[in-house]
Design a protein around this ligand. Structure first.
Ligand SMILES: NC(=O)c1ccc[n+]([C@@H]2O[C@H](COP(=O)([O-])OP(=O)(O)OC[C@H]3O[C@@H](n4cnc5c(N)ncnc54)[C@H](O)[C@@H]3O)[C@@H](O)[C@H]2O)c1
Ligand SMILES: [Zn+2]
Length: 346
C-alpha cells in the first residue's frame, strides 16, 4: 500500500492506494457508522463490508440528483444519525459524489470516507474534494468542496468492473499523463496491453501516479481558480460530445483530448508528432479518437459551457506531452477546430 496526502483548506485527506476493503474497519469508528453503496457494488462485495447499516442506491447518472439525496437524508434520520456518525461511501464516482455531498450537509457536516471501487473513481472522482449532484440536466451543479478523511483505492475490486468502465478510467489516466507526466505517458505506451488486462503491477503504478498528479494540482488550487483547470484537458469538447451523443464520459473525453491536441498543434504550441502519439495511445487503449455527433448540437453545447466567459472559454492546451497550460480561446476558434475535425473524419 502507498499513501498520499491532500491538504484541503478545511482538512487533510489520506489516499490509500492498494489498501483492501477488508481493512476498512481500521479507518472508521467501531460503532455509529453508516455505509452508502449501490446495488451492483453491494451484490459483489457486501460480504466484505464491516457490520454497519447499509443504505443502497440505484445506479446511473439519472439517480445522481436531489431526490436521491432527500431519500438518503430520510434514512439517516430513521437510523438516528448524530454529529458523531461516520459515513462511508463504497462505490464508484456516483456513490462517492453523493456520499460526500450528504456527509457535508447533513447536520451541517459529519465525517466521511470513501472506498473507491471503479478505476475512474480511484484516479479521479474520489480524489480532490468535489462532491455534488446533477440538477435539471446540468452535471454537478449543486455541490460542495470538502475532503473525505480517507480514500481507499482497493485495486482488487477492479476485477469485476465491466470493460467499458475500465476504459473510462484509462481515459482519465491518459489525461493525467498528458497534462503533467511524460514518464507516465511513455509507461502507458509501453504497457497498454497489461493496462487493459488489469495487470496488478501496472494498474498500481497507473493509479498511484495519477493520484500523485491530481493531488499535486489540487494541493496548489483546491477551488479551481487556476492550476486545477488543467484537469479539464479534453473536457470542453468532451462534455459537448457527451451531452449530444450520450456516449460514456471517458469515451467523449478521449475524442475531446484528440481535438484539444489538434488545436494545440494548430496554434503552434505542440508538435504534430506528439499529437499523433496521443492519438495512437488512445487507439491502443481501445478508446475512440473521433466520434460522430451532430455539428450544430455540439456547437450549441459549447456555447452553453459552464466555463464560458463572454465569447471566450478557458481552454487547456499542450506545449509538450506532460506540459499543459490554460489559455482563453474564442468559441469561434473552437468551432473551426470542430469543423476541421469533422471534415477530416468524414
Ligand atoms: N468529484 C469529482 O471530482 C469527479 C471527477 C470525475 C467524475 N466524477 C463523477 O463520477 C461519476 C462517474 O463515476 P464512475 O465512472 O465511477 O461511475 P459509477 O459510479 O456509475 O460506476 C460505474 C458502474 O460500475 C458499477 N461498479 C462500481 N464498482 C464496481 C465494481 N468494483 N465491480 C463491478 N461493478 C462496479 C456501478 O454500479 C456502475 O454501474 C460521474 O457522476 C462524474 O460526474 C466526479
Ligand atoms: Zn472526466
Amino acid at each position: 500500500m502507498k499513501t498520499l496526502e491532500i491538504h484541503g483548506s478545511a482538512k487533510n485527506s489520506t489516499i490509500r492506494v492498494g489498501e483492501k476493503l477488508q481493512n476498512l474497519y481500521n479507518y472508521i469508528p467501531t460503532e455509529n457508522v453508516v455505509i452508502i453503496t449501490d446495488v451492483n457494488v453491494k451484490r459483489f462485495y457486501q460480504n466484505n463490508f464491516p457490520p454497519h447499516p447499509v443504505i443502497t442506491i440505484q445506479t446511473g447518472e439519472k439517480i445522481k440528483n436531489l431526490d436521491t439525496v432527500r431519500n438518503i437524508y430520510g434514512k439517516l434520520v430513521e437510523l438516528g444519525v448524530d454529529r458523531s456518525t461516520f459515513i462511508v461511501g463504497i462505490g464508484g464516482g456516483i456513490v462517492c459524489d453523493i456520499t460526500g455531498f450528504i456527509a457535508s450537509t447533513f447536520l451541517r457536516g459529519v465525517k466521511f470516507g470513501f472506498v473507491s471501487t471503479t478505476l475512474l473513481s480511484q484516479v479521479d472522482a474520489s480524489v480532490g474534494g468535489k462532491n455534488g449532484v446533477n440538477f435539471k440536466g446540468y452535471k454537478n451543479m449543486i455541490g460542495v468542496f470538502n475532503q473525505p478523511e480517507f480514500v481507499i483505492c482497493d485495486l482488487n475490486l477492479l476485477s469485476t468492473l465491466p470493460e467499458k468502465e475500465v476504459l473510462c478510467g484509462l481515459a482519465e489516466i491518459v489525461k493525467h499523463a498528458v497534462i503533467g507526466d511524460a514518464d507516465l505517458f511513455q509507461y502507458l505506451e509501453e504497457n497498454y496491453q497489461n493496462a487493459l488486462a488489469l495487470d496488478a503491477v501496472v494498474i498500481e503504478r497507473l493509479v498511484y501516479d495519477s493520484v500523485v498528479i491530481k493531488s499535486a494540482i489540487v494541493n496548489k488550487d483546491e477551488k479551481e481558480k487556476g492550476e486545477r483547470r488543467k484537469l479539464n484537458f479534453g473536457h470542453t469538447f468532451g462534455h459537448a460530445i457527451e451531452k449530444t451523443t450520450g456516449v460514456r464520459h471517458g469515451e467523449a473525453v478521449s475524442a475531446g483530448m484528440v481535438m484539444a491536441s489538434e488545436l494545440s498543434v494548430k496554434k503552434r504550441h505542440l508538435q504534430a508528432k506528439d499529437a499523433q502519439r496521443i492519438k495512437n495511445l488512445l487507439r491502443d487503449l481501445k478508446l475512440p479518437i473521433s466520434l460522430q455527433a451532430d455539428r450544430k448540437t455540439v456547437f450549441d453545447a459549447l456555447r452553453k459551457d459552464k466555463k464560458r466567459q463572454g465569447d471566450r472559454i478557458n481552454f487547456v492546451l499542450l506545449e509538450d506531452i506532460g506540459k499543459s497550460f490554460v489559455d482563453q480561446i474564442s468559441i469561434k476558434e473552437l468551432e473551426d477546430v470542430l469543423n476541421d475535425f469533422y471534415y477530416n473524419s468524414e
